[in-house]
Write a protein that binds this ligand. Structure first.
Ligand code: SAH
Ligand code: MG
Length: 205
């Protein structure tokens, strides 16, 4: 089903996007899937955010694409120095320096007073820390704001009962914990969708 839809849906694959996707594939960088990006793009087009915060820039692929479909200013946080440098390079190539600011920091360490308030927060970094990211950054969300979380189905591993690696099993448990915790948060209305690698929309009540 997903292959069929992928074959008829038109994705925005300009030259830079193709280059970034190739780089991500060759270097095992887990950038957002086409279907997830299409969803994210349309949420942004409907919501028309002024400011977006992203946790986990990697090579800047999602930030660049969020900027391209909106007029938003984007702050994005990346812990890994190599990724941070790659993100800067790509944002420069995309000519989006004036709208995307990359912070080289651990999102859990960054002082939220150095950031601003946001209409959309996209959580896409270390999966074991999702609950901490959510609790920390929801303080910066405007009324009617949306938190979007990626990779909640973790390549279908959330349904796999026979994972051999103990570390992987632990991570999967963390993601499942986050999923059930997220949908029970009373200050948000959250739904998890089987889109891309599993994405949640949490709308602040
Ligand atoms: N949003 C990107 C993909 C991000 S991949 C896209 O779709 O194009 C996840 C990234 O989160 C990795 O680059 C990883 O280095 C970063 N990361 C992991 N833990 C982090 C943390 N605590 N703070 C900031 N970045 C983190
Ligand atoms: Mg992701």
């Amino acid at each position: 089903m997903k292959n069929y839809l992928a074959s008829i849906n038109i994705n925005a694959h300009d030259e830079l996007n193709l280059e970034l996707k190739k780089y991500a594939l060759e270097n095992n960088v887990p950038i957002i899937q086409d279907e997830g990006l299409a969803f994210l793009r349309q949420i942004i087009q409907i919501k028309k955010p002024l400011r977006i915060l992203e946790i986990g820039s990697a090579i800047g692929y999602s930030a660049i694409n969020m900027a391209k479909c909106s007029k938003a200013f984007i702050d994005t946080i990346e812990i890994n120095e190599q990724m941070y440098n790659k993100a800067l390079e790509n944002i420069d190539k995309a000519n989006l320096n004036d709208r995307i600011k990359v912070y080289h920091a651990d999102a859990l360490e960054i002082n939220i007073e150095d950031l601003s308030n946001y209409d959309i927060i996209f959580i896409d970094a270390a999966k074991a820390q999702y609950k901490k990211f959510f609790l920390k950054f929801k303080e910066l969300l405007n009324n009617d704001g949306i938190i979007i979380t990626d990779n909640l189905l973790f390549h279908g591993l959330v349904l796999n009962e026979n994972i051999e690696s103990k570390n992987l099993r632990r991570l999967v448990e963390k993601i499942k914990d986050y999923n059930t915790w997220l949908v029970s948060q009373e200050d948000f209305q959250s739904t998890i969708y089987d889109i891309g690698d599993g994405m949640a929309l949490s709308i602040k009540k």
